[in-house]
Design a protein around this ligand. Structure first.
Ligand code: ZN
Length: 329
């Protein structure tokens, strides 16, 4: 049985190429977002809305939450998504708008804790539900994050992006991870599904089935030339940078490699033309919406998939531990 979680990064619109500013808190009308969620749930999917501080405190975000929590009571989970540069409390003794601190795991541990704490509290009071699932902004897990999440009662983390390395930007390196769900220190980690692709299709297929070989390539001193030689590309299961057929290909490739839990993700701001690099025009937004809905239908109906919310995996006997992953993380 294949299982799908849809995770939407619900956040403000800002120019991704212009750095990070505390002033960028604009949240537009959520009509398209709500339409997409209504349509996905009608196809049998369940949706996780991972919200950041500007979204959950905006009039438009709050109106969407009020509607969604009544309309889709058991098919929606509200999670916390931390964009630290727009999420109080602020500490003016460090330059919080510096790119380094856009990865919240790079903040001083106590400041990361306080930001997550206030965000969780704000979402819980708006949604009237306990928040147990966390998604770091820019996938920025850090050394103290796991302990902070445990202290705050979180049970699930969605921040791992398998095969990707953000260390050249000051962020985490996830090349040691693959797509398997696992638990560590009481937190269930559900990675953002990602596949490896190459212009030589057998290379991608082989590496998806043998992620340990990919890890060895990444550890080798000449790995950049190996990656170039193999023309390797990491593709997230997302309509951002992939079309409907490519998303289906990602699922097929990873199913073949034994994967059964999938996370399809995108940003709420991609549904507002001109906000993210993926949708410059209204017609791009229309295309993305139709790809999202086609994928939801394909997975849930044609593949007879089962929908899940991240919180539903907590305590599941199917989930392996970090030790059983068999990799050094
Ligand atoms: Zn984000």
């Amino acid at each position: 049985m294949v299982k799908l979680a849809v995770v939407i990064h619900a956040e403000e619109e800002f120019n991704w190429r212009s750095g990070f500013s505390r002033k960028n808190t604009k949240v537009s009308d959520c009509e398209t977002l709500v339409h997409v969620i209504d349509s996905l749930t009608a196809a049998g999917a369940k949706v996780t809305l991972a919200m950041d501080f500007p979204f959950v405190t905006s009039d438009r975000g709050r109106a969407a939450i009020r509607y969604l929590r009544v309309q889709h009571e058991n098919n929606i989970e509200f999670a916390a998504h931390l964009h630290p540069w727009v999420s109080p409390p602020f500490d003016n003794t460090i330059d919080e708008e510096h790119a380094k601190y856009s990865f919240p795991g790079n903040l001083p541990a106590e400041l990361e804790y306080q930001k997550i704490r206030l965000l969780k509290q704000t979402i819980e009071s708006e949604c009237q539900r306990e928040v147990v699932t966390y998604l770091a902004g820019r996938y920025g897990l850090g050394e103290a994050t796991s302990g902070n999440l445990s202290r705050l009662g979180f049970k699930v983390d969605l921040s791992i992006c398998p095969f990707r390395d953000y260390s050249h930007l000051g962020g985490p390196n996830f090349q040691g991870y693959d797509n398997r769900v696992f638990t560590r220190n009481g937190i269930t980690h559900i990675p953002h599904t990602s596949g490896l692709f190459s212009s030589m299709p057998w290379v991608g297929a082989y590496l998806n089935e043998n992620p340990a070989v990919y890890r060895r390539i990444c550890q080798s001193t000449s790995f950049r030339s190996a990656i170039r030689l193999l023309q390797l590309d990491v593709r997230r299961l997302s309509p951002e940078g992939a079309n409907f057929q490519q998303m289906c290909d990602t699922v097929r490739a990873l199913r073949h490699a034994g994967q059964d839990h999938f996370v399809m993700s995108f940003h709420s701001s991609s549904l507002v033309a001109g906000s993210t690099p993926y949708t410059a025009t209204p017609s791009d937004v229309d295309t993305m919406v139709s790809d999202i809905l086609a994928f939801g239908h394909w997975f849930m109906v044609e593949q007879q998939g089962q929908a899940f919310l991240p919180q539903q995996l907590v305590g599941s006997s199917e989930i392996i531990t970090a030790d059983q992953l068999g990799v050094v993380l």
